[in-house]
Design a protein around this ligand. Structure first.
Ligand code: PRX
Length: 651
């Protein structure tokens, strides 16, 4: 465990403040008492099949399932025999109710343009686009890549794929053409949906041109659909590239939702692991939609009249589960914003909250730290009194950020739900229940019903309270990943081989004497930069692919705004390196992976510190990157002078 992590533990160990929900909030909450929570939690633990079978009655089934759960981790099958469609659950069934004309998506573009899609509107657009996909030759079981800005067409395309049983693979717009090509190839995508460009901080982020570059290396892709968003110049290739608006002109708005098996693959989402190659996390239909639906209701306490806003990008799992699938499965109104929080100024988010009278606001600690830095004057200029619930996700929230969120944004009146989960878990695993749980700043508090965690040693033994260890799940849950696309062995090896019989999440944690969980960060080679998950190995192998580089070691170090930043120690094939080469290496990483992986520091070194067995001493490098005195036993260092030189090399 890194020393940053131990420091984090130190600070959270001192946290004793407790914030119970107000009586008014509890009274109206979807889960309103500790007894109710315990009843649900115990039932889910002791009789999971009965519990999840009952919960699944909240979904629409074309045909009811025969069994709830077959098998055990790692190979589970949920709701066998059932026939279901995620799109039908998110859209069609609301049309049979008064929600037909309710706003499903309220969208605001960065330049200030807006669109509201009622459930009826959404249904029409989704059906039409599903027919477009069919016309392009997409059938049930095919994979479709979505590389798009945060515009309504992204949600429409996702739901259209789900409607016909095509598996979507969404790639965050900040990834490079090479990253798109890798993912297209791994998924063997048939069609790519993109836009000319998107808006970010007043500038156009080109997407179509990156798709063009990626297609030189993606032989499986046959067709490209392009949304005209900014009007940027793009090249359209005959018989391959089509404009969204032209295709939508002559298709019908009738398209039956396909009746799919419960375990039909809904989407693949690539995420970083501890090796260089991104992993295609596969989620399936019934379990995922059930998990996101129930957790949205429990954690965000969704009510019919709420305007709910999650600020994530749909390119990450938070956007999949809590902008699109979870809220829409509940018939809620979900707000979607295209651009940056500081455009045209640092008050944009607060302006949006006031304008749409947002009630529930879900964002990331890295954003909260930026808001603090920008100053209280921005939120203070706006009326935020519509807010009743605040959420946090993506990384541990430090208690200063928590308190600021509580006071300045929540006016000391809104419960904060600090939600712990992962791309792999599909939906929120641990979180306060806003009407029940007294919160402690920095703790994600307790497991939700159906989640049975434990803290264990490296050997798999359960640890006592307040002992830091590995966070594992001892029982399966419906929205868990089913495999890594095309690599089931890697799925078993990555998540189920470390601790016998358990899902190992990759995080360290401890549980306190009140049963509250405190996440201590990753214990593998994954780092969390501004809430974005990155593999240090992926950055290392990218650096090593540069002709000047002999060897590279990449570590994270604490950063005031980003949570963690990226430091690369590089040895060169020849010469001592220069500022130009540093810049070139940074550009190389941006080009190969994307802007999100851009190194904060490159340090040239004569050699990397290694143990006698040749392993790079990462702990030591982390301390050096963090500017700390070197601690611990370094007597196994191959060459002591290496350390001295590394400390001297500037950032
Ligand atoms: O380390 C944990 C951290 O983010 C990782 C998962 O990243 P990703 O799959 O990209 O999903 C992010 C959004 C769900 C976890 O292994 N993490 C996520 N939420 C929290 C967190 N760490 C502490 N507290 C959280 N609330």
């Amino acid at each position: 465990m890194s020393s940053e992590t131990s420091e984090n533990i130190e600070s959270v160990l001192k946290e004793t403040r407790l914030f119970p929900p107000s009586a008014e909030f509890s009274e109206l909450a979807n889960i309103s008492s500790e007894e109710q929570y315990l009843e649900l939690w115990n039932k889910a633990k002791d009789q999971p099949a009965e519990f999840w079978g009952e919960m699944a009655e909240n979904l629409h089934w074309f045909k009811k399932f025969d069994t709830v759960l077959e098998g055990d981790m790692p190979n589970t099958k949920w709701f066998s025999g059932g026939k279901i469609n995620a799109c039908y659950n998110c859209v069609d069934r609301h049309l049979l109710t008064w929600r037909k004309n309710k706003a499903a998506i309220i969208w605001e573009g960065e330049p200030g343009d807006t669109r509201v899609l009622t459930y009826q509107d959404l249904h029409r657009e989704v059906c039409k686009f599903a027919n477009v996909l069919k016309k392009l030759g997409v059938t049930t079981g095919d994979r479709v890549t979505l590389y798009m800005p945060m515009i309504p067409e992204l949600a429409i395309a996702m739901l259209a794929c789900a409607r016909i049983g095509a598996t979507h693979s969404i790639i965050f717009g900040g990834f490079s053409a090479d990253a798109v090509a890798d993912r297209n190839n791994d998924a063997e995508a048939k069609v790519v949906i993109t836009a000319d460009a998107g808006w970010r901080r007043g500038k156009e982020v080109p997407l179509k041109s990156a798709v063009d570059d990626s297609l030189e290396k993606s032989p499986t892709v046959e067709k490209v659909v392009v949304v005209r968003r900014t009007g940027a110049d793009v090249t359209m290739v005959d018989d391959r590239d089509y404009w969204w608006h032209e295709l939508m002109e002559d298709v019908s708005a009738d398209c039956e939702a396909v009746e799919l098996e419960s375990e039909h693959p809904l989407f693949i989402l690539y995420t970083s692991g501890s090796t260089g190659k991104p992993k295609g996390v596969l989620h399936t239909t019934a379990g995922y939609i059930l998990g996101t639906q129930m957790t949205s209701r429990w954690v965000f306490d969704l009510k019919e009249e709420d305007t709910y806003w999650c600020t994530a990008d749909i390119g990450w799992v938070t956007g999949h589960s809590y902008i699109v699938y979870g809220p829409l499965a509940n018939g809620a109104t979900t707000l979607m914003y295209e651009g940056a929080p500081n455009w045209p100024d640092e008050g944009r988010f607060w302006e949006i909250i006031e304008k749409y009278q947002v009630n529930i606001f879900y964002t990331a600690p890295t954003a909260i730290r930026a808001f603090i830095k920008w100053g209280d004057e921005y939120p203070k200029k706006h009326d935020l009194s519509s807010l009743r619930l605040l959420g946090s996700v993506g990384e541990p929230i430090n208690s200063d950020a928590w308190m600021w969120y509580h006071k300045v944004i929540g006016n000391e009146n809104c419960p904060i739900v600090d939600t712990w989960w992962q791309t792999e878990t599909g939906s929120i695993m641990m979180s306060p229940l806003p009407g029940v749980t007294a919160t402690k700043p920095g703790s994600c508090t307790k497991p939700l019903p159906g989640v049975v965690p434990d803290i264990v040693s490296e050997e798999g033994n359960s640890l006592d309270d307040n002992q830091g260890g590995l966070l594992v799940m001892t029982q399966p849950w419906p929205s868990m990943l089913r495999t890594l696309y095309g690599d089931h062995d890697r799925f078993i090896e990555t998540y189920f081989s470390k601790i016998e019989g358990c899902y190992f999440a990759g995080d360290g944690a401890r549980r306190d004497e009140d049963g509250y969980y405190w996440i201590m960060g990753r214990v593998d080679d994954v780092i969390n930069v501004s809430g974005h998950r990155l593999s240090t190995m992926e950055v290392e192998s990218t650096l090593a692919s540069h002709e000047a580089v002999a060897e590279a070691a990449v570590v994270g170090y604490p950063h005031e705004l980003k949570g963690e930043a990226i430091c690369c120690f590089v040895t060169l094939k020849k010469g001592d390196g220069s500022d130009e080469l540093k810049q070139e290496l940074k550009n190389h990483v941006r080009h190969q992976i994307g802007a999100i992986a851009s190194p904060d520091q490159i340090r040239f070194a004569a050699a990397l510190p290694k143990t006698r067995s040749g392993k790079i001493m990462r702990r030591l490098l982390r301390d050096i990157a963090a500017g700390k005195e070197q601690v611990g036993d370094t007597t196994t260092l191959e060459d002591y002078t290496v350390v001295a030189n590394l400390k001297d090399s500037e950032g």
